[in-house]
Design a protein. Structure first.
Length: 168
């Protein structure tokens, strides 16, 4: 008789993927403090839902899905609290070029363009470009199909190119 593999303990899953999840959240929400709040919320939600995770489930994608939902809640709350456009703190972004003065204006333009993306497209783009998830993992993380994940990344890149005045 075949028995499904028992999933690794939640603590091990978080230990293995926690740093990359936090990095994803920093990119997704735009600052470290909100990302830490979203990360803490995500891991608390994961703890509550752990017993419902199927033994053969992709734990990494599952954590990304919870983290994405937590980030959406943080961003929704931020928009409710302040209807103003906030300036991105380039010194806190995880980028090697952020400290170079000649790149600041371009980075601000990119940050504003990414901020303007619909949440699902923004999350798909972050998962693909920065977290190196494949389309199946993105689909599992965001809910939906691989084709939908591919379309979200494509549309996000298309909108960024248009917003930044770049062709291709």
């Amino acid at each position: 008789m075949f028995m499904a593999a028992k999933p690794a303990p939640l603590a091990a899953l978080i230990e293995r993927h926690g740093t990359e999840i936090l990095g994803y959240l920093v990119r997704l929400v735009g600052n470290h403090e909100d990302a830490q709040d979203a990360c803490q919320d995500a891991f608390l939600r994961a703890h509550r839902a752990w017993t419902r995770l199927a033994p053969d489930a992709n734990g990494r994608a599952w954590l990304y899905r919870i983290a994405t939902n937590s980030a959406r809640n943080v961003m929704r709350g931020r928009r409710r609290r302040a209807a103003r456009t906030s300036e991105v703190d380039l010194e806190r972004l995880p980028s090697r070029t952020a400290a170079l003065p000649e790149h600041r204006a371009e980075l601000r333009a990119v940050a504003r363009a990414v901020d303007a993306l619909p949440p699902r497209q923004r999350a798909a783009l972050m998962l693909r470009q920065f977290q190196d998830l494949d389309y199946a993992e993105i689909a599992a993380s965001l809910g939906g199909s691989e084709e939908g994940a591919r379309a979200n990344v494509y549309q996000a890149l298309k909108k960024l190119r248009a917003a930044l005045g770049r062709s291709r």
